[in-house]
Design a binder for this molecule. Structure first.
Ligand SMILES: Cc1cc2nc3c(=O)[nH]c(=O)nc-3n(C[C@H](O)[C@H](O)[C@H](O)COP(=O)(O)OP(=O)(O)OC[C@H]3O[C@@H](n4cnc5c(N)ncnc54)[C@H](O)[C@@H]3O)c2cc1C
Length: 421
């Protein structure tokens, strides 16, 4: 049976869990084709699982410009001196060995009527199912005075790689007693505890190398993820070093001057030696070009991560607007497995299991002082909905914090193997 596009749209009211027969049989052109855009946490996982589990029955092509993916997860540990940059890099050889056709290029356009993706190099790739996992881009003008042309003076280091190395070099070069300023992002953004783990790791580095240096955080929010845990940790390990200025005290009224290296917080101008600007975020641009965004993010159906604008396009990870899950690598990986299962089912008729998701976000505050927050989730007709959760407590023993840190190390090895093979 081959369904045309209109028939497929009509039958997409059936829940993913209820699919029994293949919905798309390659439209009469041989093997069904899946194109995945973005080889990060979501895209690499989805590509790998569809190729591996379909055992050659589905053609999977992954489009990713970088030859090495540097994880944002654990990149703060590199800033703190707990990891080398090489530890964060992952190649795509494992995916290729799993049968994924890896194309190092940029996707520059999506034609949803013709069902094709155009690449910067000129190729045009047809698909039966398209999976977009392009991560984030920044909202223009979010921090007055800052744009990407200023990212060398004031790095974001919110896409890992050269930006992370630059921030570390700037940290190393800070003068004695200098000032590190972070401009934190508004909700929603990639990795809710990420900026605060970063502050912890910067403080750890400065305490050892430049103990009279100061850290200022200008934050547009009134509270943040694991706030009590971070504030307890900063008081215990880095007393007097971190000055967090929330929205109540003008942290939401910030502009920067990258040429002068100054930051204005509620009208008060501070000279910065290092300024880490993390602007407001939106879905990676290709999601917008594909016409699947509504505002800054791409709304999806929780059962299979399909776009609300098009059942043959799925959006994973940070770019998606899915409900209760935080924008994390763990979330993207979890969503990718649900999506892979649903896409394979739709293309080959294989069994589709009900969607279940999980996430844990670990943060390192100081040597072996790890904390965590996490939850499990299920698909409802409206969204990915939180079922239950857990969080580290303030005042935990050093042994428990060490065990939490060791758990995070095991997680990193496991999840990167799950993504990249
Ligand atoms: C400092 C920091 C710490 C973090 N710590 C954690 C943590 O401890 N645990 C955790 O779970 N998460 C953590 N995260 C969050 C995690 O990194 C992201 O949530 C995750 O990477 C999202 O996966 P993704 O697939 O949506 O995007 P990404 O992993 O960013 O992948 C997107 C990929 O798409 C590619 N791409 C973009 N546009 C195109 C295009 N047009 N054509 C082709 N390719 C394209 C990019 O090159 C990129 O490789 C952290 C993030 C930061 C910044």
């Amino acid at each position: 049976m081959t369904l045309n596009r209109r028939a497929f749209l009509g039958s997409s009211m059936v829940t993913a869990a209820g699919l029994a027969a293949p919905m798309v049989l390659a439209d009469g052109h041989g093997k069904p084709r899946v194109v995945v855009v973005g080889g990060g946490a979501g895209g690499a996982t989805a590509a790998r699982y569809i190729a591996k589990d379909s055992k050659g029955a589905v053609d999977v092509t992954l489009i990713e410009p970088s030859r090495t993916y540097y994880t944002c997860f654990f990149s703060n540990l590199y800033l703190g001196g707990f990891r080398d940059m090489d530890d964060l890099g992952h190649s795509y050889g494992g995916l290729a060995a799993n049968g994924v056709n890896v194309v190092h290029d940029w996707a520059v356009a999506v034609d949803r009527d013709a069902k094709t993706v155009s690449l910067a190099g000129g190729a045009v790739l047809p698909y039966d199912k398209l999976i977009l996992s392009p991560g984030i881009d920044f909202v223009e003008g979010a921090v007055p005075g800052w744009d990407v042309s200023a990212q060398n003076a004031m790095p974001h280091a919110y896409k890992a790689g050269s930006q992370t190395e630059l921030l570390k070099a700037q940290l190393n070069a800070m003068p004695e007693g200098g000032t590190f300023v972070m401009v934190a992002p508004p909700n929603p953004y990639r990795c809710p505890p990420g900026p605060y783990e970063r502050i912890s790791m910067v403080a750890h580095h400065l305490k050892a190398n430049n103990p009279t240096a100061k850290i200022i955080v200008a934050d547009p929010k009134e509270k943040f993820s694991k706030m009590a845990l971070f504030q307890e940790g900063w008081a215990n390990h880095y007393e007097g070093m971190v000055d967090w200025i929330g929205a109540d005290f003008g942290g939401d009224n910030v502009s920067v001057d990258p040429a002068a290296m100054t930051v204005s917080i509620d009208g008060e101008v501070t000279k910065a030696d290092v300024c880490n600007v993390i602007p407001a975020m939106k879905a990676g641009r290709i999601a917008e070009l594909a016409g699947v965004t509504d505002g800054n993010w791409a709304p999806v159906n929780a059962a299979d991560m399909s776009s609300k604008a098009d059942p043959d396009v799925h959006v994973l990870g940070d770019a998606s607007q899915q409900g209760d899950m935080p924008k994390s690598g763990f979330s993207a990986n979890s969503q990718a497995k649900v999506c892979a299962n649903a896409v394979r089912g739709a293309l080959t008729g294989s069994k589709v299991f009900p969607a279940k998701f999980s996430n844990t976000c670990w943060s390192l505050i100081a040597t072996e002082d790890g904390v965590k927050v996490g939850a499990s989730y299920e698909a409802t007709p409206e969204k990915i909905a939180k079922v239950d959760g857990f969080i580290s407590a303030t005042g935990e023993t050093a042994e428990l914090r060490k065990a939490t840190f060791q758990e995070s190390e095991g997680w990193y090895s496991g999840i990167t193997a799950d993504m990249f093979g």
